[in-house]
Design a protein around this ligand. Structure first.
Ligand code: PLP
Length: 387
């Protein structure tokens, strides 16, 4: 049994089906809607819009595709700049490059680990002075925690710049009672295999502007003009979600709230174990917000704990347990070499600090309490020097 336990890898976050997914897939087969349209596509769009109390949702092949479509809808093109959180997964920023536009990267602040209003204010003020405001600001909600939306949206409104909320990691989270992903002109969710719910791969673009989402559906199906022959006047994409994949999504939406509770329970157990350990700080949950705690993330100070982030990852990996550093910020990526970066304040980059000390612990909703106790014990032993 012990050998079996060792063979089974514990992942950061792995797919966790509800059991109803196959029912929806079977329906698609029964009706022969094996296409990027059908009941499941329509049903999933309705489920997502209702769950988030937003007017409309368009489901697509990935969260990345949804961000790309949002940029297209905002007419981002060459010569334009787009501001984006630096501390994120590359998928937030890649679509800026697809459009040939220039990213400007914005640092985080410590209260949420997300976009710093202070840095954004500087960036917007300077852009205005140069007469070159960005076409959009992409705000990311890292590991499920909402950014300081009030402050950030207020700034963007002041300069009349539209917001795309990258809620790929924060589906099910709330900010002042309102669902994450519904604060900007556009919101984006991801159903990639590691996200809180998954369709094996997929995403959604949400908005209160139904006309814009109609256009998104048009662009995501090769931008075909109204004509019996195939006629095209602008660039389109093959981004529409398949009806089979959408069936998985419908089964997953049924358990989203349950998954949020499970993720939060995982966090609570880690917090109980390490919340009082000097040198360990968990990603905070801002007052009046609720994080889905997609991944439990913390910083570990080796000078205080005697253990580095790297050592923890190595040790867990030896035991077939996946742990990872916090995302490597975009301004430190070779891909974004030379791109303008606005730190939280001059000489103080929060994203650099979080990347150096930050650690994501395995946070799967299908992880057993025993699995988690093993992780906790291994780390505790390292800190107390008993290994
Ligand atoms: C996962 C993720 C995305 C992209 O989603 P895909 O569905 O994998 O394309 C975008 N932004 C962030 C912050 C993510 O974590």
């Amino acid at each position: 049994m012990i050998i079996l336990a060792k063979l089974k890898r514990t992942f950061l976050s792995s797919p966790h089906m509800s059991g109803n997914e196959q029912k929806y897939i079977q329906e698609a087969f029964d009706l022969n809607w094996i296409a990027p349209l059908g009941n499941n596509v329509n049903g999933l769009e309705k489920d997502i819009a209702e769950y988030n109390s937003i007017r409309d949702a368009a489901v697509v092949t990935s969260g990345t595709a949804a961000i790309h479509l949002a940029l297209r809808l905002l007419n981002v093109e060459e010569m334009d700049t787009v501001f984006c959180s630096s501390l994120t997964f590359v998928a937030s920023a890649n679509p800026i490059l697809y459009q040939g536009a220039t990213p400007v990267l914005i640092d985080s602040e410590m209260d949420t680990w997300n976009m710093s209003p202070q840095a954004l204010e500087r960036a917007l003020r300077e852009a205005k002075e140069e007469g070159h405001l960005p076409k959009a600001v992409i705000i990311v909600n890292l590991y499920g925690q909402s950014a300081k939306m009030n402050e950030l949206i207020e700034l963007c409104n002041r300069y009349d710049v539209p917001v795309i909320e990258d809620a790929a990691e924060s589906l099910g989270s709330t900010y002042k009672g309102q669902k994450s992903g519904t604060f900007g002109k556009f919101g984006v969710y991801s159903f990639n295999g590691n996200k809180i719910i998954t369709t094996s791969g997929g995403g959604a673009l949400v908005s209160d502007e139904e006309e814009a989402l109609k256009k998104a559906r048009f662009l995501s199906t090769q931008a075909r003009d109204q004509a019996v022959h195939y006629q095209h006047s602008e660039i389109g994409y093959n981004y529409r979600m398949s009806n089979i994949v959408a069936g998985i999504g419908r089964g997953q939406m049924e358990v989203l709230d349950e998954r949020v509770s499970q993720k939060r329970a995982v966090f609570d157990r880690y917090f109980e174990a390490f919340g009082n350990v000097e040198g360990i700080e968990f990603q905070p949950e801002l007052e009046d917000t609720m994080s889905n705690r997609w991944l439990t993330a913390l910083t570990i100070d080796p000078e205080v704990t005697g253990v580095s982030r790297h050592e923890v990852i190595e040790k867990l990996n030896e035991e077939n347990i996946e742990a990872r550093p916090v995302w490597k910020p975009m301004h430190l990526q070779p891909l974004f070499d030379g791109v303008t970066y606005y730190p939280h304040e001059e000489g103080n980059s929060i994203a650099d600090y979080l990347f150096e000390y930050g650690l994501c612990l395995p946070s799967g909703t299908n992880m057993t309490v025993e699995d988690q106790d093993r992780v906790i014990k291994l780390i505790t032993n390292m800190i107390t020097g008993e290994y």
